[in-house]
Design a binder for this molecule. Structure first.
Ligand code: TYM
Length: 327
């Protein structure tokens, strides 16, 4: 069985983009791969976090994974900071990475905008921690949204360079990016991705949005100038809404286009809102049940950390040996 790995930052709520771009593909991979999934709490602290919020968000992210269908008996589910080998390997890889290649990371440039000199060093080196996350587990497939592709490519480059310098140590991972839905766009601006750090809540549908909030956000979502309900490279807003419709219902985009031939945006949006509500309602019910039992959530994460540590420790011991740190 191939090995797959993915992660999510516990930075508050999760949105439909996270679900469609990364969680749903990972849930599907559970049956055909050996899947490792974690909550990237040490990535989240690259921007200031209140301790009590971080703690709550870690449990929330774990519960969301489970509510979306991650089976902890099949999949190793854990919290990143519980596996020290991640930060240790990140250090070793920081000594292999070059300033030039890390400076090219688009996400750093985006997130650092306007922050001047006060931006954390961690935000800059974060893609190297992500490379360590991936390489520790002999990962072959990394299901992610489009915005993480460049980081997976950096992991590949670092693995290749390390292997050349110290002998075969890491497998070279492949990003797995879905054809439709790898970049869900903002509902308020279809030229920018749906994002947790958006300034307006109208940008996204949170997985915990109440039905009426979902309806309002969809009804006020921006549309393109012409009224046809059809995907088109030049009509990003309707293309985005169709992608979301298809993802939450499992219906192919073409079938939805046919169903709405000659119909207006009003009817389409109303049905889309209901489809999202129908998708989110059972998920939200599962989520509250899971969040009500913190002891069980922590037990699942403890068990996952124990399993992850076994694999990660093995790899980091090998790394120490080949770089000459083992006496
Ligand atoms: P994060 O927490 O920003 O996002 C989690 C996942 O959601 C995807 N995503 C999207 N997909 C489609 N449309 C969108 N608008 C959208 N927004 C976010 C992201 O691509 C991601 O797959 N660095 C990562 C977490 C991470 C990781 C890893 C991932 C840490 N270590 C190792 C894979 C492997 C991050 O910040 O994702």
């Amino acid at each position: 069985m191939k090995k797959a790995l993915t992660a999510i930052q516990p930075s508050g709520f999760l949105h439909l983009g996270n679900y469609i771009g990364a969680i749903e593909p990972a849930v599907k991979l559970q049956t055909e791969t050996k899947l490792t999934m974690f909550i990237a709490d040490y990535h989240a602290i690259t921007v200031p976090q209140k301790p009590e919020d971080l703690r709550r968000n870690i449990l929330f992210a774990a519960a969301t994974y489970l509510a979306c269908g991650i089976n902890p008996n099949r999949t190793t589910l854990f919290q990143q900071s519980r596996v020290p080998a991640h930060t240790e390997l990140a250090w070793v890889l920081q000594c292999v990475a070059r300033m030039g290649e890390v400076e090219r990371m688009i996400q750093y440039k985006d997130k650092a905008v306007g922050k001047g000199e006060s931006v954390s060093v961690g935000l800059f080196t974060y893609p190297i921690l992500m490379a360590a996350d991936i390489l520790l587990y002999n990962t072959e497939i990394v299901p992610v949204g489009e915005d993480q592709k460049q980081h997976v490519e950096l992991a590949r480059d670092l693995a290749e360079r390390f292997n050349k310098q110290f002998g075969d140590t890491f497998l070279i991972p492949e990003p797995q990016i879905r054809k439709d839905g790898a970049r869900i766009m903002g509902l308020d601006d279809a030229t920018k991705k749906m994002s947790k750090s958006a300034t307006s809540a109208k940008n996204y549908i949170s997985l915990t949005d109440e039905p009426d909030v979902v309806r309002k956000k969809i009804m006020t979502a921006v549309t393109d100038s012409s009224t046809e309900i059809r995907t088109d490279r030049n009509r990003p807003a309707i293309t985005n809404l169709l992608t979301i419709f298809s993802a939450v219902t499992g219906r192919p985009i073409e079938a939805i286009e046919i169903a709405y031939l000659g119909k207006g945006y009003g009817e389409f949006k109303k049905d889309l809102a209901e489809a999202i509500v129908e998708y989110l309602t059972p998920l939200q019910a599962k989520l509250s049940l899971l969040l009500a039992d913190e002891t069980e959530l922590k037990r699942i994460l403890d068990d996952g950390a124990a399993r992850a540590n076994e694999v990660a420790e093995h790899k980091i011991r090998h790394v120490r040996k080949v770089i000459g740190a083992k006496l």
